[in-house]
Design a protein around this ligand. Structure first.
Ligand code: ZN
Ligand code: ZN
Ligand code: ZN
Length: 164
């Protein structure tokens, strides 16, 4: 069972601390290779986005950061940190929720394709190779230039389906 399959089957029963530490380690590498700085704030924002497998909105992040620090960080600072993380492929923006989710494989540039639970908002990133080739093929046949390929599939996760 690959990581996604096991996550979809049991989102609560995995070692999430491992997800977070893997993500932070990958982020250090990606930034080093790109010659950009993962500042304290950028790193903290990434860590907060990785708090769970649920996309997090900019305002949720601002609230948490404000609670941690007496001085509430200026929203533009946090937006810039999110832009940076997005540019480096460390987070994906979930358009339908206007929120952000950490990417577990930022080493190669890709657009995120997601299954998103409409009840608990947990989001699972699909392997690029599942959907991307189909999009490319159709676009090529139609002479269409793809600029962005947002794929956000809504439904119910195993846990919510069982609870329903
Ligand atoms: Zn996890
Ligand atoms: Zn990704
Ligand atoms: Zn769910």
């Amino acid at each position: 069972m690959n990581k996604i399959t096991s996550l979809v089957a049991a989102p609560c029963q995995h070692d999430h601390a491992q997800c977070v530490s893997d993500a932070l380690a990958a982020a250090e590498q990606v930034c080093e290779r790109a010659g950009v700085r993962l500042t304290t704030l950028r790193r903290r924002v990434l860590e907060l986005v990785w708090q769970s497998h649920r996309p997090m909105g900019a305002y949720d992040l601002l609230d948490i950061l404000a609670r941690e620090d007496d001085r509430r960080p200026a929203p533009p600072t946090v937006y810039r940190a999110l832009d940076f993380l997005q540019e480096q492929g460390l987070v994906h923006r979930i358009a339908s929720l206007n929120a952000f989710i950490g990417c577990a494989s930022p080493e190669h540039v890709h657009q995120g394709h997601f299954l998103i639970c409409r009840n608990c908002r947990v989001a699972f990133e699909l392997d690029q190779s599942l959907i991307q080739p189909a999009i490319s093929k159709v676009a090529e046949q139609l002479g269409f230039t793809v600029e962005s390929e947002t794929v956000e599939i809504a439904g119910l996760c195993t846990r919510c389906r069982e609870a329903a």
